[in-house]
Ligand binder design. Structure first.
Ligand SMILES: NC(=O)c1ccc[n+]([C@@H]2O[C@H](COP(=O)([O-])OP(=O)(O)OC[C@H]3O[C@@H](n4cnc5c(N)ncnc54)[C@H](O)[C@@H]3O)[C@@H](O)[C@H]2O)c1
Length: 354
């Protein structure tokens, strides 16, 4: 197949990990006879420096024409002046809005070799294989805001349509997995959560093969630490998802391991590791590229409809996690480049065996 992929390296370790993702996609194209074209564009601090805008017009135009987007990371101390009017993160928000992506998908799977790095005891993390789906476009982050000398308000609003499309996404995904959806809300207190719960219950009737459970966000925060292996697909609104996915991200033992996708809009999906630009290790080839490589696998599966190719990349990452020398965050001393090379070799071996 043919696909045009926009690459947004961004800031800090962003360019290092993005080039690892591109190397893997290039090899997949070569091995499986696809024609992928890659076009690099500016976002974040790099775009502010070069164009005075965290999402310049050239990047916007390229995003709208792309089949899929691979992002490194944005941000860093150079652009963190609290009084600045343009900030790197504005580029991310503008991009999500432009593409209309409404579902942020974050899988979390613990590999036995890295389980010891998790803050949880190994018996608690055994078998953890879950996916968070966070609603990205509604809720309190986008509601009307007021501020006076004496008070402030943030409005939280959700429409039935916004809830239904993301909940359906969760059920569709659960059908391809362990067939269980946990819908997280605060229905004992919030009206938006009561609406959320009623829509989730109605949508569930269309998926009789998938189990639905409702969970209050406060108890979900506890259960994530006490019995994370009990979950399959977890779907929730924007702010609860923001907080819970950060809590979940530390369970893997390193931020460098986990991928994410922002999908569901009329435009292309955005694939990126969950970590930030890690300025403390930028430019030293210390960055773990596996989160970005697994994001590239998600890109193959979700945006390009290439599940076999995605499975080869995931199996190659599993192989490296099992047998390879890993980056420092995972207790090894391999460089970003060496780990990427090991994944490329493992991809070749897996593709030949397939
Ligand atoms: N989506 C994004 O682009 C995104 C997300 C989060 C933070 N940020 C931005 O990134 C900058 C740094 O933020 P932070 O330090 O809070 O978070 P961070 O994720 O960049 O780093 C946190 C810690 O994890 C380590 N780490 C992160 N990714 C790693 C990798 N691939 N390999 C090895 N170690 C890794 C870092 O060295 C650091 O010690 C800030 O400007 C922040 O706004 C961007």
């Amino acid at each position: 197949m043919r696909a045009s992929i926009v690459v947004l390296p961004g800031d800090g370790i962003g360019p290092e990990v993005a080039s690892a993702g591109v190397a893997v996609l290039r090899q997949v194209a070569e091995r499986f006879g696809h024609e992928f074209t890659f076009a690099e564009h500016a976002i974040g601090g790099d775009a502010i420096d070069r164009f005075g805008d965290p999402l310049p017009v050239q990047t916007r135009e390229a995003l709208l024409a792309a089949d899929a987007i691979l992002l490194g990371a944005v941000g860093g101390p150079k652009w963190s002046d609290p009084n600045a009017t343009v900030r790197p993160e504005q580029g991310l928000l503008a991009m999500r809005k432009l593409l209309g992506v409404f579902a942020n998908v974050r899988p979390l799977k613990l590999h036995p070799r890295t389980a010891a790095l998790s803050p949880l005891k190994p018996e608690r993390t055994k078998g953890v294989d879950l996916v968070f789906i966070r609603e990205l476009t509604g809720g309190i982050y986008f509601g009307a805001k007021t501020r006076s000398e004496t008070d402030a308000t943030d409005e939280c609003r959700y429409t039935v349509e916004e809830i239904e499309r993301v909940v359906r996404h969760a059920f569709e995904l659960a059908r391809t997995r362990k067939k269980k959806v946990t819908s997280v809300d605060k229905a004992n207190v919030l009206e938006t959560s009561r609406l959320w719960r009623s829509v989730a219950t109605r949508v569930a009737a269309d998926y009789p093969d998938v189990e639905l459970e409702h969970q209050l966000v406060d108890s979900m925060a506890m259960h994530l630490l006490t019995r994370p292996a009990d979950y399959d697909v977890i779907v929730t609104e924007n702010m609860f998802g923001d907080i819970l996915t950060d809590e979940a991200s530390v369970l893997a033992g390193s931020l460098g391991l986990s991928p994410s996708a922002s999908i569901g809009g009329p435009g292309a999906g955005v694939y990126e590791p969950i970590h930030g630009s890690a300025p403390d290790i930028a430019g030293q080839s210390l960055a773990n590229p596996l989160g970005t490589i697994l994001s590239a696998a998600m890109l193959l599966r979700h945006s390009l409809g290439l599940p076999d190719e995605a499975a080869v990349v995931e199996a190659a990452v599993d192989h490296v996690l099992e047998h390879g020398n890993l980056t420092r965050d995972l207790g090894g001393n391999a460089t970003t480049h060496a780990v990427t090379r090991a994944v490329l070799d493992a991809c070749n071996a897996k593709a030949e065996a397939a």
